[in-house]
Design a protein around this ligand. Structure first.
Ligand code: GLC
Length: 512
């Protein structure tokens, strides 16, 4: 018998499934075609019924929307497009009433160029807020740094007011804050406290790995970006964590740590005084390969052996959906993987419906980085009943609804025992009811080629997960031989023996 696994500390976010709401595309209450907070509040039951424990809302703050809210002009107010502060309070209250926690997006790396801080900062070289952003004089950009959006766009723009260059790691409308300036850190901590006092349960921290830059402003070497993972990031994240710890109730910090090397990712969650969770983009970007997934999970398990809790996701508002990347059948296998690994799973609105990306005609492209397709609105009811807005909006949705909304709509899938929504609900229910799945140890299991199998174990109770990545049948791993009970399959009529093409199975082993 292996050693009895230690129970993890009793923090809610370890056993939770966290559901990302992209407010623009979730539910529109006022018919302007853009989702809003009242709309979202009215649909929170969907998240509860799915079995998630928390929602993370992409930015709701005042914004000119150059990057759809990731360009913030006032951190302490809600954008009128989304509603009011009262609406935010009402959403938080309603969520708590029905047992959901609420995470907001916190965007520390940059503000909008319309933020009053930047207006002051750009106004003169001796303005007290000049040092809140990164300014350099000169005839040419200070170095060759490239912005994240656009085709080789320089990360520096010359501002005519003072003829100096300011840094923007993303759009020119998103100037980078200067975290070397203590007043910036203090101001951003005040933002956190503002929302923590309003009752939010934590934050997803946008580009968390970017809030420290190369202090010498050197040109990037191959494989090393000016904004990735500089040592100064770590004490800054620890500072954010300390602010969260001023409040009771296990407030949680989840980082978007976009590093494609798990050795660099792990320290963000293993030291115990920085992030609680960090999204793993090595995992999110994997091709459909049992070996690749297994290797990445095993490596991260090894790296977090002495502490650190993984956070797995395969979808978010910046990435093509799994149903498009991997195909519909495999997307179910992918969901089973995300929801049965050791760690906290994050789901992106609509994946529970099996939504694919919705192509947008060239004349409709609205996002700077081609991310419209995965942001298509949620179809709540079939258009034949609710009109062309599919229950998302009574107006014209800002992005087209899915062409198959008639069948994919929530209300339709909720009635169908074979639907993707029903499958997700069963998967989340099983996970919640099975301590091995939400709190157990993880051990990879020897399996035939194309099959990724692992054991989860809690207090002697063992559950085997076997995922067939091949488009043809594959044998079950030998360890499944003692399996007593099929708990769930991605397939409606799973066989007794082999795994069918693109099938995932969860099997209970032994008598436990
Ligand atoms: C993060 C967000 C993305 C945004 C970018 C800049 O990657 O997820 O949507 O555009 O940061 O804030």
């Amino acid at each position: 018998m292996p050693d009895a696994p230690e129970l993890p500390p009793n923090e809610w976010w370890r056993t939770a499934v966290i559901y990302q709401i992209y407010p623009r595309s979730f539910a529109d209450s006022d018919g302007d075609g853009v989702g809003d907070l009242r709309g979202a509040t009215g649909r929170l039951e969907h998240v509860r019924d799915l079995g998630a424990a928390a929602v993370w809302l992409s930015p709701i703050y005042r914004s000119p929307m150059a990057d759809f809210g990731y360009d913030i002009a006032d951190h302490s107010d809600v954008d009128p497009l989304f509603g009011t502060l009262d609406d935010a309070d009402a959403l938080i209250a309603r969520a708590h009433e029905i047992g959901l926690k609420v995470l907001l997006d916190f965007v520390p790396n940059h503000t909008s160029d319309r933020h009053p801080w930047f207006a002051e900062s750009r106004s003169s070289t001796d303005n007290p807020k000049r040092s809140w952003y990164v300014w350099r004089p000169g005839d040419r950009p200070p170095n060759g740094w490239i912005a994240a959006f656009g085709d080789q766009v320089p990360a520096w723009t010359r501002d005519p007011t003072t003829d100096e260059w300011y840094l923007h790691s993303f759009l020119p409308q998103q100037p980078d804050l200067n975290w070397d300036e203590p007043a910036v850190e203090a101001a951003m901590h005040a933002v956190l406290r503002f929302w923590l006092r309003r009752g939010v349960d934590g934050f997803r921290i946008d580009v968390a790995h970017a809030i420290g830059k190369d202090p010498d402003l050197r040109d990037n070497e191959p494989g090393r970006s000016h904004k990735e993972d500089w040592p100064s990031v770590h004490p800054r994240l620890a500072g954010i964590r300390r602010v969260l710890e001023e409040f009771d109730g296990d407030r949680v910090a989840v980082g978007e740590v976009y590093l494609l090397d798990q050795h660099r990712l792990a320290p963000y969650v293993t030291t115990g005084d920085e992030l609680h969770l960090a999204h793993n983009f090595v995992f999110l970007n994997l091709p459909w390969s049992s070996e690749r997934f297994r290797d990445v999970v095993d490596e991260f398990e090894e790296l977090t052996r002495d502490g650190g809790w993984p956070a797995w996701c395969l979808n978010n508002h910046d990435h093509s959906r799994t149903a498009t990347r991997y195909g519909w059948a495999r997307a179910r296998v992918a969901a089973m993987l995300v929801l049965t690994l050791r760690g906290t799973p994050f789901l992106f609105q609509g994946e529970e419906l099996g939504l694919t990306d919705v192509p947008i005609g060239p004349q409709r492209i609205v996002d700077v980085d081609g991310r419209d397709p995965e942001r298509a609105p949620i179809p709540w009811e079939p258009p034949s009943e609710a009109g062309p807005g599919a229950g998302f909006s009574t107006g014209e949705p800002w992005l087209p609804v899915h062409p198959d909304a008639e069948h994919l709509a929530v209300s339709v899938q909720a009635q169908d025992t074979g639907s993707t929504l029903t499958f997700y609900r069963e998967l989340l229910r099983l996970r919640a009811a099975t301590p091995a799945l939400h709190s157990g140890t993880y051990r990879p299991v020897t399996a035939p080629p194309d099959v990724y199998a692992f054991m989860r174990e809690h207090e002697g109770r063992r559950v085997l997960v076997a995922l067939n990545f091949a488009p043809f049948a594959r044998p079950l791993p030998a360890e499944a031989a003692g399996g007593r009970l099929l708990l769930l399959s991605t397939h409606a009529d799973p066989g007794e023996g082999e795994l069918a093409a693109d099938e995932g199975r969860i099997i209970k082993l032994g008598d436990g």
